[in-house]
Design a protein around this ligand. Structure first.
Ligand code: SF4
Length: 376
């Protein structure tokens, strides 16, 4: 049921991806990178579940030092996730097999330097170390340039952010790269990846519904996108991003394999027609950037607390840090994004304040009740 893919085949060390290569499965460590033992355990759990690639977040020199120790203790293919601090690329390169950068976060540093120059520098680092590259566009952190250029055409902005960066990388003669275009809304993920594949059928695609949240809803959202895209031969590697307790991280790979097998064998699951009519909880899968390790527990508590509101068409976003927190919560009816000691509460783009981890749930319930009353 998965037609041949039109993408080219690239290499991540000896691993082929794209074209006729098998669809590759990957996941990301949710622990602090500097907690080497915990992160190594995540890498081992994900690898043992059958992953082809494991991603680790790096934001500082201390993270790089920890990554070097993790590298020394595993033979897993490692990808590094660089957000604002893309300048760490040359420091992480000796310890990984692939680099992901986010076009939406390149503008934070070296403001005098052009985007093209920054991308050229990252590509050069990859070429020198024989690394592959991912251009990772995320709806929660769209580049200001594309947000302005495309205005309300949100999907257009995502697609062209990716396509513009492909053009830069192509011009530099680098071909071992893939693209991802992620949103927390599976329908937008389908739309954006279909439009991108139309524009660039040759570029391998990493599929993912970002911040899909807690199972089972997170799995259903991911399935919606994967069924629509893989059945059209779109998608060369998969990440199922679920909010899970650390020791269950391997489930992301197990679920990805099950989804892939179902789609290959034509077992499409219909989604309850009212699936999007009720309460939608968006939650990130956590990673090294998480501001407080209570995040996963908080996301689970939010799900429990809000069960009574399941019939109300509202979106609550629970995010682990400032990287995608502020952007992703802007689009939610109620949003929480974590700080080290406090949780920021928002109603759409309106800041309602920062609350202690022991008081945020009560405040959230107040706001939710207020919203429900206002809409009834
Ligand atoms: S929102 Fe922050 S903590 Fe959550 S996955 Fe994204 S970068 Fe990591």
């Amino acid at each position: 049921m998965i037609p041949p893919r039109r993408t080219r085949t690239i290499r991540i060390r000896s691993l082929e991806l794209g074209g006729a290569a098998p669809i590759r499965l990957q996941s990301m460590a949710a622990t602090r990178t500097q907690d080497v033992d915990a992160t190594l355990r995540q890498v081992q759990l994900i690898q043992a579940a059958g992953a082809d690639l494991v991603r680790i977040a790096v934001d500082s020199k201390a993270d790089v030092d920890a990554l070097a120790r993790i590298r020394g203790a595993t033979d897993a293919l490692l990808s590094v996730d660089l957000q604002e601090n893309y300048r760490l690329a040359e420091h992480v390169a000796p310890h990984v097999d692939k680099i992901r950068y986010n076009p939406g976060h390149l503008h934070h540093h070296e403001k005098q330097r052009s985007t093209r120059d920054k991308v050229a520098w990252i590509v050069d680092v990859c070429a020198q170390h024989g690394l592959a590259l991912r251009i990772g566009v995320n709806a929660g952190s769209l580049s200001p340039e594309h947000a302005e250029r495309f205005g309300d055409d949100h999907v257009g902005a995502l697609v062209h952010s990716a396509a513009d960066h492909c053009a830069i990388v192509d011009e530099l003669g680098f071909r071992d790269y893939v693209v991802s275009i992620k949103d927390s809304d599976p329908k937008l993920v389908v739309d954006a990846n279909l439009r991108f594949a139309e524009l660039r059928p040759d570029v391998p695609l990493h599929l993912g519904v970002t911040e899909a949240g807690l199972p089972p809803d997170g799995i259903i959202k991911t399935r919606i996108a994967y069924e629509q895209l893989l059945s059209r031969g779109i998608g060369d590697t998969l990440r199922v991003s679920l909010t899970l307790p650390f020791d269950d991280k391997g489930q992301e790979i197990t679920v990805a394999r099950e989804l892939l097998r179902d789609i290959e064998q034509g077992r499409f699951r219909s989604v309850p027609p009212n699936f999007f009519d009720g309460l939608n909880i968006i939650a990130c899968p956590s990673c090294s950037r998480v501001e407080n390790e209570k995040f996963i527990e908080l996301a689970q508590d939010v799900k429990e607390l809000t069960r009574y509101a399941a019939a109300h068409k509202l979106t609550i976003a629970v995010m682990g840090c400032r990287v995608n927190g502020p952007g992703e919560t802007d689009d939610a009816d109620l949003g929480l994004w974590c700080g080290p000691k406090h949780v920021n509460l928002k109603r759409g783009t309106e800041e309602l304040g920062a609350f202690g981890y022991d008081e945020i749930l009560a405040r959230l319930k107040d706001e939710l009740d207020r919203l429900i009353t206002a809409r009834s």
